[in-house]
Structures are given as structure tokens and as C-alpha cells.
Design a protein around this ligand. Structure first.
Ligand code: PSU
Ligand code: MN
Length: 317
């Protein structure tokens, strides 16, 4: 009985995979990198379309790709352009996506793919959306800034990012600065455990990072000292059919967040709009310094991700 169910299941998976792959365009460079086991690093695009203002978003995305290349990796920025899922963007596609007034991109998480593709729209993929595509393309390492998580007062709003569910489903290691303290960090950690996500800090800080704040007051479940150790764990984790999440850290700002949350509440902002709104407000309230911190972290995560991707490509059988 189990065998039959297993067969049905794997057939369903194959059919589903075949279908999603027919909507994906992978650049020749990324195809070559994947075929030859070169260190490939997926990059998300909601950060470009909804995470930062133009032109900082474009400069940041270009710099991050440059960092991956400088360390010997191949960047694969994932996004949707006119209904086609792109793995790797050309320089002009990146410029097009970043020009947010013109592109009108939709923030694309799992639930949004069908709508964006069917209507031939542009989409900035969230961590969840990028994980779905990276998994399909066979990319093992993914760098970003902050993850979505369990929102404060989630017990009332039920607002829990689909990122956390996707992290538990995808054999892709995500290198991030944890979750921003606009979210409820202890609840996010609990939820990651429920979803079976391996979480570790890389380096000397053993606290789960709160992005702006070095210390969230919550210990990360695990700590690894360097990229080689991370790669070893990732390999064993994936080979046993599991998934994982690594992150980095830093700074301080609770009052500002509370202020931004109150103004979101008074304006009735919720759902997919809440994270972009809070990020913009925080950037305004910190006179742009949160944006600078954000960019610095993303770049650092890209460095660490490329080091891990390099170690991982050395480990391959
Ligand atoms: N956190 C940030 N910056 C971001 C995001 C989160 O500090 O840009 C984006 C990421 O793309 C993440 C998404 O995947 O927001 C989560 O949105 P939601 O909570 O609506 O799932
Ligand atoms: Mn949400």
C-alpha cells in the first residue's frame, strides 16, 4: 500500500515539476554553473521591488551580484518578468525590474505565482517564492537580508510569513540576518522548529540575530564556526532529505518599530503590505540609516553565502 502511495506521490511530484519548469527561463551562465557544479547563489527580488527605494535597490542588487562574482560564485537573481520566471537576470532586466514606478511588480510568494504568470505580470519573489524556484532549478545556496517571520500579535492577526513554511520544504540553505525585530522573534524560532528548519548562526555571535539588534535575547539553536563547517552540515542535512537555514546579525531600535507599528495600525495596513510599509517607515524614522544597515547586511550575507557555496561545491561526492 505504501509503495503504491509512494509511486503516486512521486508521479504527482514529477508532473508538478515538469509544469513549473516550463515557466522558468534559466540564463546560459547559470545553466553552465549548475551543470558544472560551480558555486551558485540564488538572490531574491522582493528586496528589489518592495524592500528599498529606487535607485538604492538597483545599486544594492548590482553590488550584491558583484560580490558573489568577486568571491568566485555565480549569482542567480530570481524574479518574474512579463509572466516568465527568470533564474539569473541580464543587466538590463535587473535595471527594468528595479525601476519600480515602471514595473509595478507584484510581491510574489507561493500563493501569487499563478496570478502573476497568467497575467504576464512582473513579480519580485519573496524568500518563499525564491526558494520554490531555486529548488526547482537545483540551486543549493540562497543569500538575502531579512526573512519573513511570525508577526508581533500573530495570535490575533494570524500573520505568519509563508517564508517559514517554505524553509521547511526546500533543500536550499538560506543565509540571512535573521528576522527584523518588527517581528516576534521567539515565536518565529518556535515556528521554525515546528517546520523542522535547521537554524544556526555562523561565526562568534550565538544569539539569533534581530537584524538591527546584535542581540535578540534568544539563543540560536546551533552555532557553526565557519563556512566549511556550515557546508558539511548542509550536505548531511540535504542527504538525509532535510532542509536548513543559516544566518548572520546586528544594532538597536525598538521604539522606532513600535512607532511604525502604531502608524500601520491606524492606517489599517495588513497582509502582504505590512512588511514593506514597516521597512519604509523605519527607514524614514532612522533618516535612512536602517537602509544603509540593510544594504551592508545583504552584502555580507552574499559573501558568506558564496563561501558556503564554494565549500559545498568542493564537497560534492
Ligand atoms: N524582511 C526584510 N526585508 C524584506 C523582506 C523581509 O527585512 O525585503 C521581504 C522578503 O522578501 C521576505 C518578505 O521574503 O518580505 C516576507 O513578506 P511576508 O511577511 O509578507 O511573507
Ligand atoms: Mn504576512
Amino acid at each position: 500500500m505504501w509503495r503504491i502511495l509512494d509511486k503516486v506521490n512521486s508521479c504527482l511530484n514529477r508532473c508538478a515539476n515538469r509544469k513549473i519548469s516550463s515557466y522558468i527561463n534559466i540564463t546560459e551562465e547559470v545553466k553552465y554553473a549548475l551543470k558544472n557544479n560551480l558555486p551558485t547563489v540564488a538572490l531574491e527580488s522582493t528586496i528589489i521591488t518592495h524592500g528599498m527605494p529606487f535607485p538604492d535597490n538597483l545599486h544594492c542588487a548590482q553590488e550584491v551580484e558583484g560580490i558573489v562574482r568577486a568571491k568566485g560564485g555565480i549569482p542567480a537573481t530570481i524574479a518574474i518578468l512579463r509572466g516568465r520566471i527568470k533564474v539569473g537576470l541580464t543587466p538590463s532586466e535587473l535595471e527594468e525590474l528595479a525601476d519600480t514606478n515602471k514595473t509595478n511588480a507584484i510581491k510574489t510568494s507561493r500563493r501569487d505565482f499563478g496570478y502573476v504568470i497568467a497575467n504576464k505580470l512582473n513579480g519580485g519573489t519573496t524568500v518563499a517564492g525564491t526558494l520554490i524556484v531555486a529548488k526547482q532549478a537545483g540551486i543549493k545556496v540562497f543569500a538575502t537580508g531579512g526573512l519573513g517571520g511570525v508577526h508581533r500579535e500573530a495570535e490575533k492577526t494570524f500573520d505568519i510569513s509563508a517564508d517559514l513554511i517554505e524553509l521547511g520544504k526546500s533543500p536550499v540553505a538560506v543565509i540571512s540576518s535573521g528576522v527584523k525585530s518588527i517581528l516576534d522573534i521567539p515565536k518565529t524560532l518556535e515556528y521554525l522548529e515546528t517546520q523542522g528548519v535547521f537554524v544556526a548562526t555562523v561565526g562568534s555571535n550565538k544569539d539569533f540575530p534581530a537584524f538591527y539588534c546584535r542581540s535578540s535575547g534568544c539563543k540560536a539553536p546551533y552555532n557553526v564556526t565557519n563556512a566549511a563547517q556550515a557546508a558539511n552540515i548542509i550536505k548531511c542535512h540535504f542527504e538525509s532529505g532535510l532542509k536548513s537555514e543559516f544566518e548572520m546579525n546586528e544594532a538597536e531600535m525598538n521604539k522606532i518599530i513600535e512607532h511604525a507599528m502604531l502608524s500601520a495600525k491606524s492606517l489599517g495596513i495588513s497582509g502582504k503590505e505590512i512588511t514593506p510599509y514597516l521597512l519604509t517607515q523605519i527607514s524614514v524614522l532612522t533618516e535612512g540609516s536602517s537602509l544603509k544597515t540593510n544594504i551592508a547586511f545583504i552584502k555580507n550575507n552574499a559573501r558568506v553565502a558564496t563561501e558556503i557555496a564554494l565549500e559545498l561545491s568542493r564537497l560534492k561526492d
